[in-house]
Design a protein around this ligand. Structure first.
Ligand code: 2P0
Length: 375
């Protein structure tokens, strides 16, 4: 498991004399049961419903964090995305750290320390921007880990155990779905009587998963990579006064239970039918919001219809889900990869933007001690 692999906290920190350099990579994730709507009355980033996802092995964010050890006369705090200064990300990081300060004493110490130091944050993704892959999930997960590692160093606890729940909580405060990216394999987030120790504050690894799903493939079919007209954060907000708010809660909880049953029993058909229903239900919430909006494109519908027709004729277990965007995640077991990828090339590629797709799979490890930026 991921947790066993990174027990040595010190290995994430390089001592460069006047500076510490902390780096790691974290995976993005794709939800099978969607976090859609927040319960703002109960605190920041509290989900309206339990959600469930798996982490992606290859779609990752590399985070690199450089901080001066001693106080400096002119403290600085800057963010570089793919090597270029990004004031937008810098602002997001500041907002996140301020939010973290309110929630955790350890985070308060970190922010107080950073505000007297020279700080550089760097990130880059292994996947293209706006490809239907949640870069906020992998970014906040990676930086939550880096900040937490610094916090342990400041407390002199370099050799202690990693508190995945605390790091997941910190990531959630950056972006809800990020809390699920701290775990390999399948993950759930949100209080549910169906899962012991489940919480609205952090995610947990889902243990009861049949071996048939352990090497699940996800071919991400890029229909459109333009920025979305309505962000996920805005989308969550439309659920506050949504005319089908109560119905959504009832149905998403049914989906959650059915997906748990399917994952435990190894039932591909139940899993596949339920996740398709769930993805389309979330998009139906967008269509019926006030004001209504539509993130799927004509090609999204073409691709879905072709997937269903191919499944009907071949009886192969391939199913789709969508994130909050137009791109299609095509899920199938590893043993049918050759046939499915032939189908993708022959029948779906013409519907895709520049014929682009990304083949990924369930992550065997979440946080990795690696960096694009260092030798
Ligand atoms: C999910 N999504 O469960 C759902 C399904 C998109 C569709 O979580 O406002 O970026 O930062 O907490 O986590 C996207 O929303 O929203 C999301 P914030 P987030 O993956």
């Amino acid at each position: 498991m991921n947790q066993a692999i990174c027990n040595n906290l010190e290995s994430f920190v390089l001592d460069k004399g006047d500076f510490w350099e902390i780096s790691c990579s974290a995976p993005s994730n794709i939800a099978l049961v969607k976090y859609w709507g927040k319960d703002n009355a109960r605190g920041p980033q509290i989900p309206s419903n339990p959600s469930l996802s798996f982490s992606l092995e290859n779609c990752r964010t590399f985070a690199f964090f450089k901080v001066s050890k001693e106080e400096v006369k002119s403290p600085s705090f800057s963010f570089f995305f793919e090597g270029k200064a990004s004031p937008t990300f810098e602002k997001k990081m500041r907002t996140w750290l301020t939010r973290l300060e309110e929630e955790s004493e350890c985070a308060r110490n970190i922010w107080a320390f950073l505000s007297q130091r020279q700080v550089e944050l760097h990130s880059m993704n292994t996947f293209p921007h706006s490809a239907g892959i949640a870069s906020s999930a992998s970014s906040y997960a990676a930086f939550a880990f880096c900040f937490w590692i610094l916090g342990q160093r400041l407390l002199g606890k370099d050799s202690g155990a990693i508190s995945w729940q605390e790091i997941s909580t910190w990531a959630r405060l950056g972006s809800g779905s990020a809390c699920r990216s701290l775990f390999a394999g399948f993950t759930s987030w949100g209080q549910s009587n169906l899962i012991a120790h489940s919480s609205d504050y952090y995610a947990n690894s889902l243990e009861n998963v049949h071996s048939t799903f352990k090497d699940i493939r996800d071919c991400i079919l890029i229909v459109d990579s333009q920025n979305k007209a309505v962000s996920s954060t805005q989308g969550h907000a439309t659920m506050e006064k949504h005319p089908f708010k109560d119905e959504r809660q009832q149905i998403v909880r049914q989906h959650f239970q059915m997906v748990l049953n399917a994952l435990a029993s190894g039932d591909w058909a139940l899993l596949g039918q339920t996740i398709e229903q769930e993805a389309l239900h979330m998009h139906a919430m967008m269509l019926s919001a006030n004001p209504a909006y539509l993130l799927m494109k004509a090609a999204s519908f073409n691709v879905i219809n072709k997937i269903r027709a191919y499944r009907d004729s071949t009886k192969l277990p391939l199913y789709f889900t969508l994130d909050a965007g137009p791109n299609i995640h095509l899920l199938f077991p590893a043993e049918v990869e050759v046939q499915v990828m032939e189908f993708v090339r022959e029948h779906l590629q013409s519907d895709l933007e520049n014929g682009k797709w990304i083949l990924d799979q369930v992550a065997a490890q979440s946080i990795k001690q690696e960096s694009y930026f260092l030798e």
